[in-house]
Design a protein around this ligand. Structure first.
Ligand SMILES: *Cc1c(COP(=O)(O)O)cnc(C)c1O
Length: 230
């Protein structure tokens, strides 16, 4: 299977999952997770029509961007240290992993220099596992209220990573809870806050995530094959 074959299989699976849930397949977008994948592999995916890629490491992203076509939209999906934000300014279309106000403030500060606003998602640690990043469910609303005040930050939705299960069905309650949390936030009608995006679902569980309302699925292994860890 080539990367182009994988992309076409995934696109079909995304459509079927959306239709099963009575959703429009065009409302679900694939973020091809290219961390630890080569520039050639990303190029192959781009040639097959994929335009949105997700990276986890700031230095890796900074190295790759100039080597690849300018029409790529880069999403940052990894845990982000405040002191690295400056390298991302102007490079990313969406940051999925904002989980604390200090990080949102730093993004605001650096994007103010670009004259644009940075699109962000709030990462929520639904499962409460201590090893996972993300704000707690209880703190989410307060974080959003504070981040919504920042002029150069636009809150577009929520992101989560459920615990890893061999059986994707077991992740469903976490996806559902993220959707319900987004609905609660929408009901608060916070100015400037739009819960348009739910970033949830990876190679092993994206169909379940789509059935529960995902608009962005972050898929790496099923697109590119196994990663070559550094
Ligand atoms: C690596 C990663 C993915 C993709 O995982 P796969 O199982 O390879 O699809 C998705 N989201 C985040 C945050 C990741 O770090």
């Amino acid at each position: 299977m080539t990367i182009a074959d994988n992309l076409s299989t995934i696109t079909t699976r995304i459509s079927r999952a959306a239709l099963r849930a009575g959703r429009d397949p065009d409302q679900v977008h694939l973020v091809a997770v290219s961390k630890l994948q080569s520039v050639d592999a990303i190029s192959a995916a781009h040639s097959a029509g994929q335009l949105v890629f997700g990276e986890n490491y700031v230095q890796e992203l900074v190295d790759k961007v100039p080597q690849l076509p300018p029409d790529i939209c880069w999403h940052f999906i990894g845990s982000l240290q405040t002191n690295k934000v400056k390298y991302l300014a102007g490079l990313t279309g969406l940051i999925h992993s904002v989980d604390r106000i200090s990080l949102a403030r730093e993004i605001d500060r650096h994007w103010s220099k670009t004259g644009n606003a940075c699109n962000i998602l709030i990462q929520v640690n639904i499962s409460g596992e201590t090893t996972k990043s993300g704000t707690t469910v209880d703190d989410t609303l307060q974080l959003i209220r504070e981040a919504a005040q920042l002029e150069h930050v636009r809150i577009k939705g929520l992101m989560t990573m459920p615990p890893f299960y061999d059986e994707p069905e077991r992740a469903r309650p976490y996806f559902r809870q993220l959707r319900l949390l987004a609905q609660q936030i929408t009901a608060e009608k916070i100015p400037g806050v739009a819960m348009e995006e739910l970033s949830m679902g990876m190679s092993g569980d994206f169909e379940v995530a789509i059935e529960e309302g995902a608009t962005l699925v972050r898929i790496g292994t099923a697109v590119f094959g196994e990663r070559s860890y550094r």
